[in-house]
Design a protein around this ligand. Sequence first.
Ligand SMILES: NC(=O)c1ccc[n+]([C@@H]2O[C@H](COP(=O)([O-])OP(=O)(O)OC[C@H]3O[C@@H](n4cnc5c(N)ncnc54)[C@H](OP(=O)(O)O)[C@@H]3O)[C@@H](O)[C@H]2O)c1
Length: 301
Amino acid sequence: MKVLITGATGLIGSQIVKDCIKSNISVNFLTTSKKKITRSKMVNGFYWNPKNKIIDLDCFKGVDSIIALSGSSISKLWTKSNKRKIINSRVEALEFLKESINKNNIPVKRLVSASGVSLYPDSLEKEFSENQTNSDDSFLAEVINRWENAAKSFKTIGVDVAIIRIGLVLSLESGVLKETIKPMNFGFGVIFGSGNQYQSWIHIEDISKLFIFVLEKKLKGIYNGVSPNFIKNSEFTKIISSVHSIAMFNIKIPRIFFSIIFGEMHVLLFKSHKISSRKIQDEGFSFKFDNLKDAVENLIG
Ligand SMILES: NC(=O)c1ccc[n+]([C@@H]2O[C@H](COP(=O)([O-])OP(=O)(O)OC[C@H]3O[C@@H](n4cnc5c(N)ncnc54)[C@H](OP(=O)(O)O)[C@@H]3O)[C@@H](O)[C@H]2O)c1
């Protein structure tokens, strides 16, 4: 099997590339940065620039499936220009990929596209599964609706589509765990506001394994990419603190502080998401890390 991956040089993509090699799946990847292009027996990089509609068509040679991960970071201040980048790097990139496949009669059979759990409404009580259709009117929900619609539109050119709604990915390279640990290096952990909001997380190894599982099992439709055990933010910080022995205590910092510093983007820290992993487990997927303490010990220890 040979898969084409966009966004392969990022946090999740780099792990998927490593795991594809282990599973004997060859990888072509598209990068917007020429200096990230590498070539080897199993992994070969190609240049693209979705904004200017440039793509090296050799990237499709021998490829029957695509994993789409590309997207400009959502953790930059949500200025008008950054919001445009966040949307275009996902929606236009997918639309351009589809146009290239269609115009050049490339025989791609399936697309597995990244998405996010921020589509689900903020709730302290309700647990959401993939068939939840209502989202709220937040910026991220708009991004994800447009992103998923762009992915689903591949069906019109005969490509099977699977979408993975990813939760908070735990890794020491970047993301929520790295940011949570930063203040702990100065002796304290930070709890966001009351800390009662739920967080749905997944270990980096499990999210990579989940993408490859969906690809190999040829699954279609939407799947949540979260571990089975969501947790309150206060517990999340306490567990990380307890594993990270330098942290002495945890402090609650009020929401207003984050809203002044981060503006609209502060919702990233305060949205409450209890997300179900049942659907992918019912397909036979098993998590290596379903308990936060084990996941953190594995990464920090
Ligand atoms: N990590 C999480 O906790 C999480 C949670 C939910 C959803 N997701 C989504 O999953 C995807 C992968 O996440 P990640 O954490 O691996 O992200 P990441 O580390 O930021 O990597 C994203 C990749 O997208 C490409 N990219 C950046 N700007 C781009 C642009 N303007 N146009 C086209 N491509 C661009 C880059 O690859 P090149 O430089 O090689 O082009 C980059 O390596 C993202 O779309 C993200 O939103 C992640």
